[in-house]
Ligand binder design. Sequence first.
Ligand SMILES: NC(=O)c1ccc[n+]([C@@H]2O[C@H](COP(=O)([O-])OP(=O)(O)OC[C@H]3O[C@@H](n4cnc5c(N)ncnc54)[C@H](OP(=O)(O)O)[C@@H]3O)[C@@H](O)[C@H]2O)c1
Length: 262
Amino acid sequence: MSHRPTTVLIVGATGSIGQHAVAEALRQGYTVRALVRDQKRAARLLPENVGLVIGDLTRPETIGPAVEGIDAIVFTHGTTTSERDVRDNDYTGLANILKAMAGRRVRIALMTAIGTTRPGVAYAQWKLRSERLVRASGNPFTIVRPGWFDYNQPEQRKIVMLQGDRRQSGSPADGVIARDQIARVLIDSLRLEAADHKTLELVADHGPEQEDLTIIFSSLTPDSADSLDAAEDTVNLPTDSEPEMFRDDLAAIAAGTLKASE
Ligand SMILES: NC(=O)c1ccc[n+]([C@@H]2O[C@H](COP(=O)([O-])OP(=O)(O)OC[C@H]3O[C@@H](n4cnc5c(N)ncnc54)[C@H](OP(=O)(O)O)[C@@H]3O)[C@@H](O)[C@H]2O)c1
């Protein structure tokens, strides 16, 4: 990552993490844009100095203006745990944004969830596929898989980053984290070289929050530029056996990246 981005698009800005991400990005001096479905709701929830672009992630024709001129994207959108919702919104929304970028370089921070690599969990596999598209896009990125939102005790603020996605009970026993801290990690990652090409599970221990996250990011193993999967994951989803929709998206995003580099 050669320069610090200046203009960030927050996807899911009206959501429970997105609103914190907007506030944190503004606090850190970014020009902030938000892709929102409902202008009135967004105007009520977000500060005035956020650029609102009306669009729907599931309608590619509405996305162009949101990505014009940006050099960072923070994905905080999400739906339910139904396979169809996650495939058609969480996954397809991210794919549509990457396709709209047409290979133009951008710093990415993506939020998915702890336990995303759980075998046989259909909705989680679509989140995993959205991670894979980000890794395949050739962009600098950080993928944050948070534990359970706001299940932390008030003094449980020490940020912990894990790898390998080994906590898979599907309950708060896997780890907890405050919403504002998820947003802070996502926004900090945009400017930290040490965060580039890192995938991590984000939880909190008892203790105070660290001021600088560089050391923790530096301790993580980077994802290989040649792999679709996170450095320490043990997933087994051969691309050839993946759904056609994913393989088509993968090819379209890789082609966009190749064309832009010519
Ligand atoms: N709860 C937990 O403990 C936990 C832990 C780890 C991960 N997660 C993950 O976090 C995600 C939910 O986050 P959250 O609680 O912050 O959700 P949320 O408050 O419901 O926010 C979701 C955001 O996504 C936007 N969105 C959804 N579909 C869209 C579309 N088609 N086009 C444009 N925007 C769209 C929503 O926009 P509107 O305002 O227009 O609806 C909203 O801004 C889920 O994917 C979940 O798996 C949750």
